[in-house]
Design a protein around this ligand. Structure first.
Ligand code: HEC
Length: 189
């Protein structure tokens, strides 16, 4: 190969790896930051959801989530100085639609679940060279009243409330232990 081409290739590979690799130390730091944010966000959402379920069942909790899930996540994003997103390959709220990279990561996690492998968070640089954290969201038994199989765990009344607020809902039909989606957290710096 021509020398010039080799030099050019070396430079290009160097540039490419600068924007796509992350140091081991940063990986550790942002894995633990990401976990902390995902756990705090889950706790906040599930505490509020449980309170609404107790007060008025799915008829109250679904409209509550419809009105408040995004504002709660946005508030947490401000508090943690990071963009916090929940996404899925089967979304309920279209504002949570996944990026191509999020779909790849979810497919990777689904494959690992089918192979009975342990799922770990992923930290990498995104296309804008921002640090990005992903972690799986697994369906638990108490999620099934709103995300399980219609006319089994999701009763007909709940299904009609969901459909009225989310006519294009794709987020039913799940079983316990399925991958519901991922936390996708972008750090500001
Ligand atoms: C009372 C019904 C209800 C229960 C119980 C419930 N969800 Fe949801 N879920 C919703 C609604 C409504 C939305 C859409 C929220 C919005 O508009 O932002 C949603 C959205 C989501 C999303 C965002 C992605 C999307 O599809 O828009 C995830 C992830 C999610 N739920 C996971 C869970 C998990 C995990 C559990 C159990 C720990 C759970 N949900 C329990 C009603 C519920």
């Amino acid at each position: 190969m021509n020398k010039k081409i080799i030099v050019l290739l070396t430079v290009l590979i160097g540039l490419f790896s600068c924007t796509t690799s992350i140091s081991e130390k940063d990986k550790e730091v942002y894995t633990s930051k990401g976990k902390e944010i995902a756990e705090a966000s889950f706790l906040e959402l599930s505490t509020q959801l449980t309170a609404q379920m107790k007060a008025g069942g799915t008829a109250q909790a679904i409209p509550f989530c419809n009105q408040n899930a995004m504002p709660i996540t946005n508030q947490l994003s401000k508090k943690f100085e990071a963009t916090i997103k929940r996404t899925s390959t089967n979304i309920r709220n279209e504002q949570n639609a996944p990026t191509d990279r999020e779909v790849e990561i979810m497919n990777q996690y689904k494959k690992m679940i089918s192979e009975k492998k342990d799922l770990n968070p992923i930290v990498e640089l995104d296309v804008d060279a921002k640090k990005h954290f992903y972690a799986p969201i697994i369906l638990k038994a108490n999620c099934l009243v709103c995300h399980g199989k219609v006319s089994e765990t999701v009763n007909i009344k709940t299904d009609s409330i969901i459909k009225s607020l989310y006519p294009n809902d794709k987020a039913v039909g799940y079983n316990e232990g399925d991958l519901r989606g991922v936390w996708s957290i972008t750090f500001k710096n």
